[in-house]
Each structure stands twice: as structure tokens, then as C-alpha cells.
Design a protein around this ligand. Structure first.
Ligand code: UDX
Length: 460
């Protein structure tokens, strides 16, 4: 019975920590490993070291049950684990390729400390071909270890990591051992069965971001493949989603010139089931720890194999110019931004997270600074993270109201509900240019105009 088994999760980032917390709440003993003492100390106190809806509660209850064991010591626990899920980071190298140092480190640790017959499951996003290389490393390190290796990419999105871990929409399992694949599949089924007591509504606020409303919610699809296909499915999915966004952003530039409204256009286009509405929301572009890195990683591995993925280069270039296009339009309407006070609302790369990695909102802040504007920022969750990036180049405030004080222009860079549902008309006299820039197209344009503001969206 799968449930009796002990599990190791290596790496306590968004993927690893959410997965470990969920598994410990459906009855598994889980060792959550990280090399960072500080992170493990925070988790031991019943908290994540980043903001993710519902995660702190699951960590606390996993700890209370004695089923979640956060640790930095592989020597103490790894040999007990029947399955090891590797969820370590794969940051990008300067040349756009993925840095796999941590991935190979975990391989060596499993080779040396892994239990006889252990199933080693790769959840980190790795370039196609990594699994075979890793198996070689393991076999060189410890030729006597009997083990199975599976690629099982993770598709959760930040802001809904807990929800997505319970309600995964598909499970992809690739490898040579069908026995190991079925074994891990059994574990996923048991998550689905074990979630009866979990209040999913409480963690679903950001679970349907950028998706068409009729998204199917029942069960999950299973895809069994060879090792290389599983590796490629993950990055190809992200690459395609990034293409959809960049496509919508390209068309939004045409909308700007013609009077069409990108939201209306994509509502109409997305009704075609062959296309779908999801991820066709135009705005200041995509950011975060996945899309930018996965796209550059895919371009890089394709190059290694002599394949030129021009289409992905185009996605990157459209994406990187969107913040500049917004600033250009603001300048066309408001004139020079020198010495203007801009209330920049929203800094995380998307709502529901404190993560500012490659956030287009941060890029907007930097472009405004280049224009010599004063930037007054506010974000519901990401202030601390943003300060590490923006240092003392902007003013940090603790509420929307404070950010709006003595401002000339308001820019909503990330569509947190707190920011998009706010009644800006209360402060119309504080906002000198009476201009609202809706960088993610979430405001009611007509209403804003009726209130006496000028409105700039992205393609509307
Ligand atoms: C993504 C994938 O969705 C997820 O399946 C994978 O496991 C990891 O990468 P994530 O990076 O958390 O998840 O966020 P996502 O919701 O996909 O958004 C990524 C970026 O694209 C955000 O900056 C978001 O604001 C932007 N975006 C998304 C758009 O600008 N328009 C859209 O239509 C969708």
C-alpha cells in the first residue's frame, strides 16, 4: 500500500514545500530537505518563507501530526525514504541555458544514501536529456544501487500552489520502469482520495487566473510517456503558454492603433474551442520564476541540437518590449515624466504571490526611474521582496491611499483584486494628471472615464 511508504522531498521552493505539506496532510511521513538552514528553521516554526495561500496552515498541521519533518540532514533521513522527489531550483545561466548543479547534486546524494530499490522522481524543470545524464552519474557514483528514475514534471502555478497540488489537472510520468510509474501514480491517486477533509475553497482564490471560466475540475488526466517526452512536455507547455500571451500582446499593439479593444477581441477569438480564451490576456507581459527561464532554456537546448526555435525568440522579444510600449503611451498622453510622481501599484509578477522574480512591474519601476519620475510603490504582499530589487530607488508605502498621495499618475502594474476593485474616484483630487494606467487590463474602462479619469490600457 503506497500510503505506508516514507517520502523524501528535496528542495523546499514553491513546488517542493507545497508538495511536502500536502503529502503530510494526507497521511504520509515526509522528510522535506533543504540545504538552507534559515529556510528549514522557518518551516519548523510552521510557516513558509514566501507567501502562498493556505500553505502555512498545511505546514503547521503536518508538523503537529508529526508527519512533516523539515531537515537539512540527508544523512539522518534519506536512507529511510522509499521515494525521493527532487524539486530543486534550476536557475538560468547567463547564456540562457539551465543551471543543473543542484539537480546533479541530488543525484549524487541519492546514489550514496538512497535506500535499495528507491524510486527517484524528477519534478524540477530540466532540459530534455537530463534524466539519462543523471542516471549515468548515479551509476558511476554507486554502481550497486538498485533504483528507478522517473520524470514527473510539475505544473502548479504560484498563488495557487496548494490548490494545484491537490487538484492537479494532469500527471505526466515518463521513464523506463512501468512498475515505478504505476507506483507513483498510486501516490497521486491517494492525494485525490485523501483530500476530503481539506477546504479547497479556502485556497482557490487565485486558482483560475488567466483561465477560461469553463475549465474542467473533475479528477486528473494521466500521461505515461518515455523519459525524454515527459521532460519536454513541461517546458513545451510553458513555452506555448508564453506564446499565447505574446501573441495577445502583439495584437494589443494593433488594437492601440485601430480602436479595437483587445479584451473584446480575445473574448471573441477565445470562444473558438480550438484556440481557447486562457492565457490570451494582454498586458505588461509575463514574468516569474518559470516562463522567462523555461523559454530561454528551451531555445538553448534546441540550439545544442542544431534546431533554431525562432518562434520562441519572438515570444521573448515581444514580452520584453511590453513595459516600454506602456511607458511610450503614457508619455504620449502625459508628456515628459521627469519629476512626475507615479503611484505604482502591484510589484509581484502576478497576483497571489510575493514573488518578484523577472516581474514586469519591477521593470516598469526601473523604466520610470530612467525617465526621472518619482515612484511611490505599494503591493499587498511583495514589498519586502521588491525592496531587495529596487533598493532606495523608489518610495515604499503601506497602503493604496498612501501611494496615491500627491501623485500625478496611477499605474496598476499587477492585478491584485485589492487594487483592481479599489474606488480611485475617492482620491481624484490627489491624482493631478487624473490618469490611470491599467497595465493588466482589469479595470472597467468606461466607469473610470465616467469618474473623470483619463484611461490607458494595453490595447484598449
Ligand atoms: C507557470 C505555469 O502556468 C505553470 O503551469 C508552471 O508549472 C509554472 O509556470 P506561474 O509562473 O506561477 O506558472 O504563473 P502563471 O499564472 O502562468 O503566469 C505567468 C506570467 O504570465 C505572469 O506574469 C502573468 O501575469 C502573465 N500572464 C499570464 C499574462 O500576462 N497573461 C495571461 O493571459 C496569462
Amino acid at each position: 500500500m503506497v500510503r505506508k511508504k516514507k517520502i523524501a522531498v528535496v528542495g523546499t521552493g514553491y513546488v517542493g514545500l507545497s508538495f511536502a505539506a500536502v503529502l503530510s496532510n494526507v497521511g504520509y511521513k515526509v522528510f522535506a530537505f533543504d540545504i538552507d538552514e534559515e529556510k528549514i528553521e522557518t518551516i519548523k516554526k510552521g510557516k513558509a518563507y514566501f507567501s502562498e495561500k493556505g500553505l502555512d496552515e498545511l505546514i503547521s498541521s503536518g508538523l503537529k501530526k508529526g508527519l512533516l519533518v523539515p531537515t537539512t540532514s540527508y544523512e539522518d533521513y534519506l536512507h529511510e525514504a522509499d521515494i525521493v522527489f527532487s524539486c530543486v531550483g534550476t536557475p538560468d545561466n547567463c547564456d540562457g541555458s539551465s543551471n543543473l548543479d543542484h539537480v546533479f547534486d541530488v543525484g549524487k546524494i541519492v546514489a550514496n544514501l538512497g535506500k535499495e530499490g528507491v524510486i527517484f522522481v524528477q519534478k524540477s524543470t530540466v532540459p530534455v536529456g537530463t534524466g539519462r545524464k543523471l542516471m549515468k552519474v548515479i551509476e558511476e557514483e554507486n554502481p550497486n544501487l538498485r533504483y528507478s528514475y522517473i520524470s514527473n514534471p510539475e505544473f502548479l502555478a504560484e498563488g495557487s500552489a496548494v490548490y494545484d497540488t491537490f487538484k492537479m489537472d494532469r500527471v505526466v510520468l515518463g521513464g523506463d520502469s512501468s512498475e515505478a510509474i504505476d507506483y507513483v501514480l498510486g501516490l497521486y491517486k491517494s492525494i485525490n482520495e485523501g483530500m476530503e477533509d481539506i477546504d479547497l475553497d479556502a485556497v482557490s482564490e487565485f486558482a483560475h487566473m488567466y483561465r477560461a471560466k469553463n475549465n474542467g475540475e473533475e479528477g486528473f488526466n494521466v500521461v505515461k510517456t518515455n523519459l525524454e517526452s515527459a521532460e519536454l512536455i513541461k517546458v513545451t507547455s510553458n513555452a506555448f503558454l508564453s506564446l499565447k500571451i505574446s501573441f495577445a500582446n502583439s495584437i494589443s499593439l494593433l488594437c492601440n492603433q485601430t480602436g479595437a479593444d483587445i479584451n473584446e477581441v480575445m473574448d471573441g477569438v477565445g470562444m473558438d474551442k480550438r484556440i481557447g480564451r486562457s492565457f490570451l490576456y494582454a498586458g505588461r507581459g509575463y514574468g516569474g520564476g518559470c516562463f522567462p527561464k523555461d523559454v530561454s532554456g528551451l531555445i538553448s537546448i534546441a540550439k545544442e541540437h542544431g534546431v533554431d526555435l525562432e518562434i520562441m525568440e519572438a515570444s521573448t522579444s515581444v514580452n520584453s518590449k511590453m513595459p516600454n510600449e506602456i511607458i511610450k503611451e503614457v508619455k504620449e498622453k502625459a508628456g515628459s515624466l521627469k519629476n512626475k510622481r507615479i503611484a505604482l501599484l502591484g510589484l509581484s509578477f502576478k497576483p497571489g504571490t510575493s514573488d518578484v522574480r523577472k516581474s514586469p512591474a519591477i521593470k516598469l519601476a526601473n523604466l520610470l526611474i530612467e525617465e526621472k519620475a518619482f515612484v511611490q510603490t505599494y503591493d499587498p504582499k511583495a514589498m519586502e521582496e521588491a525592496e531587495k530589487e529596487l533598493k532606495d530607488s523608489v518610495i515604499y508605502t503601506s497602503s493604496i491611499k498612501e501611494a496615491l498621495e500627491e501623485s500625478d499618475i496611477v499605474m496598476i502594474a499587477t492585478e491584485w483584486p485589492e487594487l483592481t476593485n479599489y474606488d480611485y474616484s475617492k482620491h481624484i483630487n490627489d491624482i493631478k494628471d487624473k490618469l490611470i494606467v491599467d497595465c493588466q487590463n482589469r479595470l472597467d474602462k468606461e466607469k473610470i472615464k465616467e469618474q473623470g479619469f483619463d484611461y490607458i490600457g494595453v490595447g484598449r
